[in-house]
Design a protein around this ligand. Structure first.
Ligand code: PMP
Ligand code: GLN
Length: 380
């Protein structure tokens, strides 16, 4: 078979989680919580299954869930969205990202990404016949250079794919970044796909969302995921907010990729959002505590801690510990001290030479974080 994705292998998340399992290591690689979701939500899911919510939902998502999502967007961003035309439920953010790219990108179109980028963006663009152009973000703040961005714009640029709070770096864009983006694209026929799956996990008051930018949001698909917001990455329920004309195109694809998302899970999430509307407001403080436990426990180590403004990922610079490249260093970590981490170079097309960074997921019980930090502190 002639592969359509000849350079793509198995994702680093699958590889590292498998290695962690095989070696019995503490798994701080793939991003998922090691604690259970809210038991009230689990009860609602169980009730939803047992009370007959087991057939297809409407293609656009259960009305009760779309209403609840509109309420969530209003509470957090003071943005009123039209439930019928602007809110679509998808099977995770992954499906939403694929749908958007498939709906927009034509053969030869260019898509601008920020490097390092989450691993599914480029293959989705390639499958649609598009080509990625990358603006490199550099440590420690990883904010975009807008002159470099403008230099990449051509008549073929169709889409900008951004992600804030940013996986893997934990950096967040500022209001001035959104203004620079708007200035650069406003006179061109370019759309924005904003991956905001960590929208409620940010630790600074400066963090921004496309939802708050009145001009950009008219050109944007804003994608999020309940996997991150309610600690249930295995449920794969996400959503896209986009203006009506863009939503029409998105739904043309969505209806043929999955048609709809697991009905009982949608029902449970809708009831939970309606009955516990305050939960999403607590998420940032919940994860800030975990971030601070991990950072505090690593303070005496030889790792340098990079800033972490959002997401549940902490970057560590190990250049005072080893000259190994980051893939080899992660193999050593899992083999020698039983910690699985993610090498940051895998998210880049061209990783900066001699950058020695690994990513740890802190969506874990405090005891897990403390035990992991103890092992990392003892590393020689
Ligand atoms: N985008 C980013 C930046 C992510 O970290 C993830 C997490 N897994 C996704 C998209 C995919 O989200 P989901 O699991 O809801 O498909
Ligand atoms: N988003 C998760 C991470 O960055 C991984 C999701 C997956 O395994 N596809 O760790």
């Amino acid at each position: 078979i002639v592969s359509k994705l000849p350079t793509v292998g198995t994702t680093i998340f699958t590889k590292m989680s498998a290695l962690a399992m095989e070696k019995g290591a503490i798994n701080l690689s793939q991003g998922f919580p090691d604690f259970p979701p809210d038991s009230r939500l689990l009860q609602r899911a169980s009730n939803a299954l047992l009370t007959g919510n087991n057939q297809y939902s409407p293609m656009t998502g259960l009305p009760i869930l779309r209403e609840a999502i509109a309420g969530l967007i209003d509470r957090h961003y003071d943005r009123k969205v039209n439930v019928l035309d602007e809110v679509t439920v998808t099977s995770g953010a992954s499906e939403a990202i694929f749908d958007t790219i498939a709906a927009l990108v034509r053969q030869g179109d260019e898509v601008i990404l920020f490097d390092p980028a989450y691993d599914l963006y480029e293959p989705a663009v390639t499958l649609a016949g598009g080509v990625c152009r990358r603006v490199v973000l550099t440590a420690p703040d990883f904010r975009p250079d807008w002159n470099a961005f403008e230099a990449l714009l051509t008549d073929k640029t169709r889409l900008v794919l951004m992600n804030t709070p940013h996986n893997p770096t934990g950096s967040c864009w500022l209001a001035e970044d959104l203004d620079s983006l708007w200035q650069a694209i406003s006179s061109r026929d370019i759309y924005v796909l904003s991956d905001e799956v960590y929208e409620f996990i940010h630790f600074s008051t400066n963090a921004v969302s496309i939802h708050k930018h009145e001009k950009l949001r008219e050109r944007s698909f804003v994608v999020s995921s309940f996997g991150k917001s309610f600690h249930l990455t295995g449920w794969k329920v996400g959503y896209v907010i986009a203006p009506a004309a863009l939503t029409v195109e998105l739904r043309k694809v969505h209806q043929f990729i999955t048609f709809c998302t697991a009905t009982p899970l949608q029902q449970a999430l809708a009831e939970h959002l309606n009955e516990c509307p305050e939960e999403s407001q607590k998420l940032a403080a919940f994860y800030q505590q975990k971030r601070d436990v991990l950072r505090g426990a690593l303070a005496g180590s030889r790792f340098k801690l990079l800033p972490c403004e959002g997401t549940y990922f902490q970057l560590l610079d190990y250049s005072d510990i080893s000259d190994l490249d980051d893939v080899a260093f992660c193999e050593k970590l899992v083999d020698q001290i039983g910690i699985a981490a993610i090498p940051v170079s895998v998210f880049y097309q061209d990783a900066p030479k001699n950058q020695r960074l690994i990513r740890l997921c802190f969506a874990k019980e405090e005891s897990t974080l403390i035990e992991a930090a103890r092992k990392l502190c003892g590393l020689s």
